[in-house]
Design a protein around this ligand. Structure first.
Ligand SMILES: Cc1ncc(COP(=O)(O)O)c(C=O)c1O
Length: 368
């Protein structure tokens, strides 16, 4: 057992894939083809199959994936996109980058995921898209969300950056929406060794449009049909991800076991709220997030005892300087604000041992 417990430690995961990664590096290096080659094609096919969707389009990162999805849906100035009030800011930024307006909707206070009931109340004539974010790895209540979208004739774009392998009523996240985005940022459950992302969809026309958008707006080299960008998944990252995806199910299962250890150890503590799952939702436990009124003091106590923790996220998007223009103030989205003030993410990753989790639990139990 380590005396220090890092918030995230790649040692065990890296050891399992090390040889295969070196081999993949050599394969790409020797192929002499570094952009949009066979490795990207192969990974796109594997990821689409794994997610039970028709198409996967690899892109440079998760934020670009969201932006290109919105562009493919032709979302622009004057349009509204419903987003969670508590999410990583990328979900909102994508909406702003296409010139549309993010319309925040509060989460369910127990699951931290966007509340379907409150989505209904936020829909206007201008609403074009609902963007559920499967926060911390837990699937949103997708059946209710898809029904609301259908009744109101709006698109659904899932932000699946944190929830690879999670499901709602047996169906995988990233396969519900008209078009969906994910991130392979290194710390994600399916993480690359640099920036990477992808789009999933069952719609042939949308898949074709994002393929063109990611590559300068061009089907054929030097012939540009629309104004696209350069946001391609690179061959090296695709080659690495093709190996790593074989471990996703096993590593997600391990994260679920670790979450059970935490739940069992922390459930009886009066001042700690442990994570709750909605009926029908599973989580890949990308993050294990507790809540406590004395959050900052607890984080400090953990740090003093050599244990890493992080806050996801300390400031909700509506109170960020970047969103001052929308004119929101403290108190406008009280549930998101309360979560931001009280949440704390504990170490969870494949390879953390039971006695290390016990140590974290004991140190939290000792905290007064
Ligand atoms: C919910 C969510 N959406 C989008 C992103 C953006 O992904 P990336 O960092 O790959 O751009 C992230 C990851 O950081 C995320 O957690």
């Amino acid at each position: 057992m380590n005396s220090e417990i890092k918030f995230l430690d790649f040692t065990c995961m890296n050891a399992q894939v090390r040889e295969a990664m070196i081999q993949q590096f050599e394969n790409v290096f020797d192929s002499q083809w570094y952009i949009l080659g066979d490795h990207v094609k192969q990974f796109e096919k594997i990821y689409a199959d794994a997610n039970e969707v028709k198409h996967c389009v690899g892109v440079a990162n998760g934020l670009d994936a969201l932006i290109l999805c919105l562009k493919a849906l032709d979302i622009k100035e004057g349009d509204e996109v419903i987003v969670p009030s508590n999410t990583y800011i990328a979900s909102w930024l994508a909406v702003s980058f296409v010139g549309a307006t993010p319309v925040p909707v509060e989460p369910n206070e127990n699951t931290y995921n966007i509340s379907p009931e409150k989505i209904k109340a936020a829909i206007t004539r201008k609403t074009k898209v609902i963007m559920p974010v499967h926060l911390y790895g837990q699937a949103c209540e997708m059946d209710a969300i898809m029904k609301i979208a259908e009744e109101n004739n709006v698109y659904v774009l899932e932000d699946n950056a944190q929830a690879q392998g999670s499901s709602y009523n047996g169906k995988l996240t990233g396969s519900f929406g008209h078009i969906n985005a994910t991130s392979f940022y290194p710390g994600k459950n399916l993480g690359a060794y640099g920036d990477a992302g992808a789009i999933t969809t069952n719609d042939d026309a949308l898949a074709d449009k994002v393929k063109v958008l990611r590559n300068y707006g061009s089907h054929k080299k030097y012939f540009n049909e629309i104004k696209g960008v350069n946001s391609r998944l690179d061959e090296l990252q695709a080659a690495f991800l093709t190996v790593k995806i074989n471990y996703l199910t096993e590593w997600n299962a391990e994260r679920n076991v670790i979450a059970t250890w935490y739940n069992e150890g922390l459930a009886s503590l009066k001042n700690i709220t442990i994570p709750a799952l909605a009926e029908g939702s599973t989580s890949n436990y990308h993050l294990y997030v507790i809540r406590t009124e004395k959050r900052n003091a607890l984080a400090e106590h953990l740090k003093k005892n050599g244990i890493g923790s992080l806050i996801h996220y300390p400031v909700p998007p509506h109170l960020q300087e970047a969103y001052r223009e929308l004119g929101y103030k403290k108190g406008d989205f009280p549930i998101a604000e309360k979560i931001a003030e009280t949440c704390l993410s504990l170490p969870i990753y494949p390879g953390i041992e039971k006695d290390e989790v016990d140590k974290v639990v004991n140190i939290i139990s000792d905290f007064k």
